[in-house]
Design a protein around this ligand. Structure first.
Ligand code: CP3
Length: 344
């Protein structure tokens, strides 16, 4: 069965002439059917916690584009929400949490209550019964540094300054917070796997701002611990680590983290990534989301150069970061046809 799914075969080390294709944030606001479904629930987290709606949002991009993988529709911030640090999303403004400004406030966080996330596992079970047999199913969590950066700032920030300051001022308290997110994430991913996802991805969207020593401690080491924890419970489940901004740290990550594949972001030169990592390292990426917005010949050119750079390597075609809301549907269709050699 597994061999039918090209994503799984590549995660097991096979190089395919036509790489499996999925897009980070492939369910979402660029899809009219998502906007219609989303309009039926005011609060974004209530939407995530509605198993039928979350399952439907997961399946929408599969129906439209027949990607090689579905990614669970949810959010990385359900983890702090399940620790009692309630999360809300202001429309157009992103997430809001009560910020953590002192070690005392960090200590007051509640235990991670996995039952709070029961609707997520229910959504997974619904998706599992509806997925076409050749489509792999990906679960996910945020990496500890990225999640902690929202927990501390209480919102998105351009440079994660609040979390970085907290880490310099209160290294013990920050380490404890990272530990709590590591433990919660292992439990959360293990439960997603038990409910039916076949692959998990860890998103470290903000690690790229860290100086080298901080990067090792708060990003690389924490992601490695999650990989180890998941593998201890589910040794067969492939793990993808997407450390955005890993840059020159990528070769070190591929030698030390123990993931089955590494996502690379838009800024990284694929030829460099291929040359600097061992031939059996599986890489995922890294089309510029703006090339997908632009479309046309610029898109074709970028797609072709990525395909050429990864030729002969086990490669998963993806964006270098999440799809943008203003992406035209026809450009996604053009991308799929170009990657699969069925048009364009
Ligand atoms: O990939 C998918 O299609 C699955 C769903 C998914 C969402 N968020 C849905 C979502 C995934 C994998 C995420 C991950 C996520 N969430 C990350 C890491 C990946 C990345 O892009 O860097 C981060 C940093 C978050 C936190 C988050 N969630 C922010 C900053 C925001 C607001 C900004 C924005 O893009 O709107 C969200 C909200 C969110 N998560 C939306 C969606 C579809 C939009 C809200 C809505 O539809 O009302």
């Amino acid at each position: 069965m597994a061999e039918e799914k090209t994503l799984l075969s590549v995660l097991h080390g096979e190089a395919r002439k036509i790489p499996p294709l999925w897009l980070m944030r492939q369910a979402g606001r660029y899809l009219p059917e998502y906007r219609d479904l989303r309009a039926t629930t005011t609060s974004f987290l209530d939407f995530c916690y509605s198993p039928k709606k979350a399952a439907e949002a997961t399946l929408q991009p599969i129906r439209r584009f027949h990607f090689d993988a579905a990614i669970l529709f949810s959010d990385i911030l359900v983890v702090p929400d399940a620790m009692g640090q309630r999360v809300s999303f202001e429309s157009g403004e992103g997430p809001r949490l009560a910020p953590i400004e002192t070690p005392e406030q960090a200590e007051r966080l509640g235990a991670f209550k996995i039952e709070h996330l029961a609707p997520v596992f229910e959504a997974i079970e619904l998706v599992k019964t509806a997925l076409p047999p050749d489509v792999a199913f990906i679960g996910f969590c945020g990496a500890p540094f990225t999640v902690a950066s929202y927990m501390i700032a209480g919102q998105g920030t351009p440079d994660q300054a609040p979390a970085r300051l907290f880490a310099y001022r209160f290294p013990r308290a920050f380490a404890q917070l990272i530990d709590r997110v590591v433990e919660a994430s292992i439990d959360y991913l293990a439960r997603q796997i038990e409910a039916g996802v076949e692959v998990v991805q860890i998103f470290d969207s903000w690690a790229g701002v860290l100086p080298a020593a901080e990067f090792m401690r708060w990003s690389a080491a924490a992601v490695r611990r999650i990989v180890e924890g998941v593998k201890a419970r589910h040794p067969q489940t492939p793990v993808i680590a997407f450390v955005r901004g890993a840059d020159a740290h990528l070769p070190m990550l591929t030698r030390t983290i123990g993931a089955d594949a590494y996502g690379i972001d838009t800024a990284l030169d694929p030829a460099w990534a291929v040359a600097q990592t061992a031939a059996d390292v599986v890489l995922q990426g890294n089309l510029d989301p703006l090339a997908l917005v632009a479309g046309g010949e610029a898109l074709d050119r970028e797609v072709d150069s990525i395909l050429a750079a990864f030729d002969g390597r086990p490669h998963i075609f993806n964006l270098g970061h999440g799809i943008l809301q203003q992406t035209p549907i026809e450009n996604v269709e053009r991308l799929v046809a170009r990657v699969r050699g069925t048009g364009g």
